[in-house]
Design a protein around this ligand. Structure first.
Ligand code: OSB
Ligand code: MG
Length: 370
């Protein structure tokens, strides 16, 4: 296929409710969408999961735009690409900027699947027809409110509850949740808010039978996590620290974690995500698909990836209605009894809703092959 044209939209969507992590609060979601168009007019869509500010990682929407315009788009536009795996090879000379790379690669995967009359899940080699989903719940200063929020999602059928924690909002909150929900699969995500000085505190979480604790220590660390994992029983899951198959290999060799959260954007795209999945499967390490408060486009990519066989644990791929009054795809992503039925239309399997998209578009950019 030849990518003849690329469109980028800068988007802004209001979230239904604010979402608070140990590093900050989201109320609006700013993000990029990328549409790649081939020589027959087929289109593929990708989403940049970089946030407005460099809180979760160093990438932002503006750094992504710079990378896309000045480096990444020039490498793919007008070029013959036979398989989406080639995109990461084309980008090899460019260091990091994984979310920017993933935006292009995701659109090429969608396009490739559509051209070959396959679902994206099939193109990736995924076979699950339904995927199990959990939900991520932000920090609520009022614990009674948190309990009620969790109760609502448990009643909706979500298969696992993840709550954000931070210093001063941890053991007591988890105890309260465990008392109220003795049998619900529960986990905590610290987004790098602790250090090894907190080992004694983190050990106190062992009694609550958490499925895992996600990224307790620094966002660039795998050494201290290995030390911590020897001290605590709760399995550690790495999120922020993992950017590649190589990071995964090193973390597993060191014993830094027992579970990996795979986010497509963080690892530079679906090709790398699949490699990490395959490596973890060979090594008996379960994986799950993380979320970045995606719109329907990014969410659809997450659903497709999760159909691979080692996505054993429920992901953060909640339904569209988790964050959006109105999503930008039809149909929206729907969760029933804690499951999403994988769509059967070609490509990402959901139609971009251009009318809805237009409402949330702040700026449009167009790039054409010479
Ligand atoms: O660490 O997984 C995370 C949201 C923003 C930034 C980082 C994270 C999260 C979430 C929510 O946990 C995931 C989602 O529901 O999309
Ligand atoms: Mg996380």
């Amino acid at each position: 296929m030849i990518i003849k044209e690329i469109n980028i939209r800068k988007m802004k969507m209001m979230m239904k409710n604010p979402f608070t992590t140990s590093f900050g609060t989201f109320q609006e979601k700013d993000f990029l969408l990328l549409e790649a168009i081939d020589e027959y007019g087929n289109t593929g869509w990708g989403e940049s999961v970089a946030f407005h500010s460099p809180w979760y990682s160093e990438e932002t929407i503006e750094t992504n735009l710079h990378m896309l315009e000045d480096f990444l788009i020039p490498l793919v536009i007008g070029r013959e690409i036979n398989h989406p795996d080639e995109v990461s090879s084309l980008f090899k000379a460019i260091r990091k900027n994984n979310m920017a790379k993933s935006t292009v690669e995701g659109a090429v995967w969608d396009l490739y699947a559509k051209r070959n009359k396959m679902t994206l899940a099939q193109a990736l080699g995924g076979e699950m027809e339904k995927i199990e989903v959990g939900i991520s719940i932000g920090i609520h200063e009022d614990t009674a409110k948190l309990v009620e929020t969790v109760r609502g999602f448990v009643e909706e059928g979500y298969k696992r509850i993840k709550v954000k924690i931070k210093p001063g909002y941890d053991v007591d909150v988890i105890r309260e949740l465990r008392t109220n929900f003795p049998d619900v699969p529960l986990m905590a995500d610290a987004n790098s808010a602790y250090t090894l000085e907190d080992v004694e505190l983190l050990k106190q979480l062992d009694e609550f039978n958490l499925t895992m604790i996600e990224q307790p220590l620094a966002s660039d660390d795998i050494i201290d996590h290995a030390t911590l994992q020897k001290e605590i029983q709760t399995p550690i899951c790495l999120d922020e620290s993992i950017h590649s198959l190589e990071d995964t290999r090193k973390a597993l060799e060191l014993g830094s974690c027992k579970i990996i959260n795979i986010k497509i954007g963080r690892v530079g795209g679906l090709t790398e995500a699949k490699k990490i999945h395959d490596y973890c499967m060979e090594h008996g390490i379960p994986v799950w698909c993380g979320g970045m408060l995606e719109s329907g486009i990014g969410r659809a990519h997450n659903v497709a990836l999760t159909t691979l066989p080692n996505f054993i644990l429920p992901g953060d791929t909640a339904g569209s209605s988790r964050y959006w009054e109105e999503d930008i795809i039809t149909p929206e992503v729907v969760v029933e009894n804690g499951f999403i039925t994988v769509p059967s239309s070609y490509g990402i399997g959901y139609e971009p809703d251009i009318e809805a998209m237009n409402k949330f578009t702040v700026k449009e950019m167009n790039y054409k092959a010479k």
